[in-house]
Design a protein around this ligand. Structure first.
Ligand code: 5GP
Ligand code: MN
Length: 351
């Protein structure tokens, strides 16, 4: 599905925050809340959703479900997250909750079979930080300047008067540290470190959390990475001379090494280290002629524009889309989009 043009340029207004607080506060005592996040959830999607769910529980909300589109698999790095007991498979998600809260999804197309829950009679509240967010909620808390959706989630919890505890903090910390690349990306503002300080002050252990989330993978995945990195290609002329590095992994690669698809999410990190390329790309097979594509830029290229042109979305420096056909066909489409000069002569702009 093609995403709409970027819709949101400024963060939530006071009226938006007030409407979101009111939507939570007017829940009846037995009110039912459904939390949803995007398909193939990452640390920010799961961490914001579960952290917020634990916060709602502290507020006294009893009927809380959290879910995401099939497959219902939680990636191993996130299997220690507090609040996992809130999760239900998509098929078991309340069909008509009083309040639906959506995390880290830029559009309803990212919610798969759960999209209909947003269209029900209950209030739909959207928390996100993608500039390409289409504003599909009744209330939209979308802050493109936020480093992660968890920044928005923490602010809403604070406005609801929920104090951070270690459970909430661990979820939000995983969300914040994954989306900032462990506090390395430009979105890592003083406010991000101040938030991290508030989270750490609850007593959570960043060393343990980081080891689980970033620095642990099965030996089979290490061997798989070796093989997939060994076939990476560097194309210095691509991306109007800024350079492209790319590789791919097939379902057969996963099967040979007995690995689950989510292990490939971390593969973009060693690929994007390539100094000679501004743009990096990993093409991950998801079906017979279907591929999940991850794109990253070091700054010279707006990969969100490329992803949107090819039916996906994301941020200026990190984006993705679903590709169809052969690997070569998918990569050729990316090459063609990357050959389009940036509007305004390549000036470095925020996405
Ligand atoms: P990743 O490469 O880590 O999967 O995704 C990078 C960024 O692109 C994330 O912000 C994610 O939300 C976005 N993204 C990845 N795949 C898709 C897609 O198929 N559609 C849309 N709209 N966004 C995507
Ligand atoms: Mn995010």
């Amino acid at each position: 599905m093609t995403e709409a043009e970027p819709a949101i340029v400024t963060g939530p207004t006071d009226d938006d925050w007030d409407a979101a607080v009111a939507a939570v506060r007017r829940l009846p005592p037995d009110g039912r809340v459904l939390l949803v996040c995007h398909v193939n959830p990452d640390g920010d999607a799961l961490g914001s959703m579960l952290g917020f769910g634990l916060g709602l529980r502290r507020l006294g909300v009893r009927q809380i479900q959290a879910t995401f589109p099939d497959p219902p698999e939680v990636p191993e790095p996130f299997r220690g997250l507090p609040g996992l007991e809130l999760l239900v498979p998509a098929a078991a998600a309340d069909p008509a909750p009083d309040l639906v809260i959506c995390f880290d999804a830029a559009s309803v197309s990212r919610l798969g079979e759960l999209a209909d829950r947003l269209a029900g009679p209950g209030t739909a509240l959207v928390l996100d930080h993608h500039a390409s967010n289409t504003g599909f909620g009744d209330v939209n808390l979308v802050d493109p300047a936020a480093a992660a959706t968890s920044v928005v989630a923490e602010e809403l919890l604070a406005r609801l008067g929920v104090a951070l505890d270690a459970g909430i903090a661990e979820c939000l910390y995983v969300a914040l540290s994954t989306d900032t690349g462990s506090f390395r990306f430009d979105a890592t503002t003083p406010a991000v470190h101040e938030m991290a300080a508030r989270l750490l002050a609850t007593g959570i252990r960043p060393g343990d959390i980081s080891r689980r989330v970033f620095d642990s993978r099965p030996f089979g995945a290490v061997r798989l990475f070796g093989e997939v990195l060994g076939r990476a290609r560097l194309e210095p002329e691509a991306a109007t001379g800024h350079g492209l590095v790319w590789t791919y992994a097939t379902l057969d690669d996963l099967a040979r090494h007995e690995q689950r698809p989510y292990v490939l999410e971390a593969l973009i990190d060693p690929v994007r280290c390539t100094a000679e390329a501004d743009v990096s790309c990993v093409v991950k097979q998801t079906g017979p002629r279907e591929w999940a594509v991850s794109l990253r830029s070091k700054g010279a290229t707006d990969v969100s524009r490329v992803a949107v042109a090819l039916g996906g979305g994301g941020h200026r420096l990190a984006a993705g889309f679903t590709g169809r056909g052969t690997v070569d066909e998918v990569v050729e489409r990316i090459r063609v989009e990357l050959a389009v000069p940036a509007p305004g002569g390549g000036a470095d702009r925020r996405g």
